[in-house]
Design a protein around this ligand. Structure first.
Ligand code: FMN
Length: 192
C-alpha cells in the first residue's frame, strides 16, 4: 500500500514536471527586432524563432544568422510573438525556427506562420530542433509553409542527443553549429 503511494507520487511528480516544463517552454516570448549588417546588399532575411529553454535552438539560429551576415545579407531577427513582423514586403528570405515538443513544433512558431496569411512564394527556410525524434515536427512546419504558399528552400533539423553526423566525433552541439553555419552560407534565393 505504502509502495503504491510512493510509486504514484513519483510518477505523478514526473508527469507534473514534464507538463509544467512544456507549458513554460511553449509560452510566447516577445522581443525586439535585432538588425545585423544593415547595409547588407545580398537581400534582407527575417528570422523568426521560438527560443527553447536551454539555448540549443537559439544557438543554432544564431549560427545560421551569423552565416547569412557573413554572406552579405542584412538580417532581422526576433522571436515568434504577436509583435513579430507579419508584413513580409521587403524581405527576400524568411527563416522560421522552433523546438519540438511531443513531436510537434512549439505553438508560438505555428501560430506565427498561421498569422502570416499568403506568403506569395516567399523563399522560406525551416529549422526544427529536438532530442532526436523530429520527423513529424519537421513535416508539420514544412506543411504550414507550403499551405501558406511559401517556397521552401531548405528544411533543417538539428538534434541535441542523437548524433547530427555519425562520422563526426566532435560534441554534438558543435557539429550542429557548424552544420547551421554551412546551411546559412549555402542559401541562394532566386527572385522569380
Ligand atoms: C516536454 C518535452 C517534450 C519533448 N518532445 C520532444 C520530441 O517529441 N522529439 C524530440 O526530438 N525532442 C523532444 N524534446 C526535446 C526538445 O525538442 C529540445 O529540448 C529542444 O529542441 C531544444 O532545446 P533547448 O533549446 O531548450 O536547449 C522534448 C522536450 C521536452 C522538455
Amino acid at each position: 500500500m505504502l509502495w503504491d503511494l510512493v510509486v504514484l507520487l513519483v510518477f505523478g511528480g514526473i508527469v507534473g514536471w514534464v507538463i509544467w516544463y512544456w507549458y513554460r517552454a511553449s509560452k510566447e516570448v516577445v522581443s525586439q527586432v535585432e538588425v545585423s549588417n544593415p547595409g547588407g546588399e545580398r537581400g534582407t532575411a527575417l528570422l523568426v524563432y521560438h527560443p527553447g529553454r536551454r539555448g540549443f535552438l537559439h544557438s543554432v539560429v544564431q549560427a545560421f544568422a551569423g552565416s547569412l551576415v557573413s554572406g552579405g545579407w542584412r538580417v532581422e531577427i526576433t522571436t515568434a510573438s504577436h509583435q513579430a513582423p507579419t508584413d513580409l514586403l521587403g524581405y527576400d528570405l524568411l527563416v522560421l525556427g522552433g523546438p519540438t515538443y511531443f513531436w510537434t513544433p512549439v505553438r508560438p512558431i505555428r501560430a506565427y506562420v498561421r498569422g502570416l496569411g499568403d506568403l506569395e512564394g516567399e523563399p522560406t527556410v525551416t529549422i526544427v530542433t529536438g532530442f532526436g525524434s523530429t520527423g513529424r515536427s519537421k513535416s508539420i512546419l514544412e506543411a504550414l509553409v507550403q499551405e501558406a504558399n511559401g517556397k521552401l528552400v531548405n528544411s533543417l533539423t538539428f538534434f541535441k542527443l542523437r548524433p547530427n553526423d555519425e562520422e563526426d566525433p566532435r560534441p554534438n552541439r558543435e557539429v550542429a553549429m557548424e552544420m547551421a553555419t554551412r546551411a546559412g552560407a549555402a542559401i541562394s534565393v532566386s527572385h522569380d
